[in-house]
Ligand binder design. Structure first.
Ligand code: ATP
Ligand code: MG
Length: 153
């Protein structure tokens, strides 16, 4: 079960970024200044875990030093968070499987991993009534988008 509280999504993104900055140096992070400072009813620790899994991939599947951009905006009754890397990218064939448990693309086998990070992120986002999607161009990079419903109580 989720432990929901009113949480600033922007500060949650900042927490995730600070954690990754402690682990990887240098990290070329660009965080959009315009991310709306919206308070949503979420389980902050679980949503933080989802963000960390995505950021970890953005770093792991990129050439060093990793370049990552994070943006966020409101579209209708949804808050969108986009995490874009400039890494190796994901083929169209692999894209349809990356949210499955234990799936790892052939091109990622040189790195450590069990193929669970994105499956867990997807579960956690869906527990919040949200959605997670991926867009990618091989050799250019990947964007993971988290969509969270804005619920007015
Ligand atoms: P784990 O996260 O459990 O340590 P993992 O990173 O292999 O292992 P996922 O995070 O679920 O597992 O990712 C699944 C697969 O999707 C990866 O093995 C990789 O092939 C691909 N992938 C995920 N994110 C990216 C990314 N940002 N760039 C390129 N490939 C990615
Ligand atoms: Mg991973």
């Amino acid at each position: 079960p989720l432990e929901k509280q009113s949480v600033s999504i922007r500060s949650l993104i900042n927490r995730a970024v600070q954690t990754m900055e402690l682990r990887t140096f240098p990290l070329r992070l660009k965080i959009d200044n315009d991310i709306p400072d919206l308070q949503l009813q979420v389980d902050s620790e679980r949503l933080l875990q989802a963000l960390l899994n995505i950021l970890e991939n953005a770093i792991k599947y990129s050439r060093y030093p990793p370049k990552i951009a994070i943006s966020g905006y409101i579209a209708g009754n949804q808050m969108l968070i986009k995490i874009t890397d400039s890494g190796m990218g994901i083929s169209q064939e692999d894209l349809s499987h990356i949210f499955e448990e234990f799936y790892r693309s052939d091109s990622s086998r040189h790195s450590e991993g069990t193929g669970l990070g994105l499956a867990i992120s997807k579960r956690l986002v869906e527990l919040h009534g949200g959605k997670i999607t991926a867009d990618s161009v091989v050799g250019q990079g990947t964007t993971i988008t988290i969509c969270l419903p804005i619920i007015n109580e």
